[in-house]
Ligand binder design. Sequence first.
Ligand code: DP6
Length: 350
Amino acid sequence: MIPKTSGQMGWQSPANIALVKYWGKHPVQLPMNPSVSFVLKESVVRIRMGYSIDPADQFNLNAFTLNGNENPAFADRIADYLRSLAGFFPFLAHARLNITSESTFPHSAGIASSAAAFSALALCICQIDAIIREEPVDDETFFRKASEMARLGSGSACRSVYDGFTLWGETTEVHGSSDEYAIRLDDQFIHKAFSSIRDSVLIVDNSTKKVSSSAGHTLMDQHPYRPARIKQAEMNLIKLLTTLRNGDIQTFGEIIENEALSLHGLMLSSNPGYILMHPHTINILNKIREFRQANQSQVYFTLDAGPNVHLIYPEKETKAVTSLIQNELAGYCQNRQWIDDALGNGPCMI
Ligand code: DP6
């Protein structure tokens, strides 16, 4: 029975950065290989949702604003997504929603706002469902469901419903892992060397990407390196989990750089091939490697599906990395822009 009810709901959810990359999928939004990421502290999306549910009404996204402005393209994607969830949440077929979304970081900064947004949306819907059902839900069940629902909006979003490090995709390495939802990697998996890891995002180019991630995933269907990529990701996952456990930052860094370069290698060798790196991306990667060698530093890089560079380093190197950015790398960034962020605490109700 769907009750007649109304209210307000809000969740804040973080962006995440993948260390072993999700690249390639099969229906419905299931990953070709397992991936691992960590959520960010400052880069978050806040979703506020006014809802009114009446069995006599039909689903309607009355209004949607993104950072105070109407955004019809994103509103359509969200409306389609919410409509698609009605099979799991029958109340949605009779819900009228007003949604506002705000993000703390610029659009196209090389930080996937869609992961944070779909995670926050899924958390709102799961929370409204819990209120309507009037049944207590334990945290594990609640966040697992939210992760599964977030995945249906954007694959990487399923990794944004927890704090810290997250694994998405079934692997014999971790009991309870699944292709359907992500799980949190708790303290037994994460050495304290990683407890205050940082991520500075260098914004080389903030224009919209020529090829979307969704199109990139599709190109993996027929990719000649597909079987090799699955093997490589599985091997990198095993090695990364070992380094996360034993605190070996050097091997950790080698793996994440290998994943970043392999991701872009897969784009170069797709059919048709494409290039998302900018000449300055490559200049920055070379500079990071030179700096590391000259200073016995532990700063490493990773890349998402775009030209911007994530610098990953332990907190104790913050001062050295800030001078590296200011003196050597900011000149390669659009308007000398970068964002300093760090391992985050996960989502919260607002
Ligand atoms: C390179 O999650 O954005 O960032 O599932 O089509 O929404 P869809 O794709 P998306 O892909 C992210 C790809 C990546 C790697 C990663 O985050 O694991």
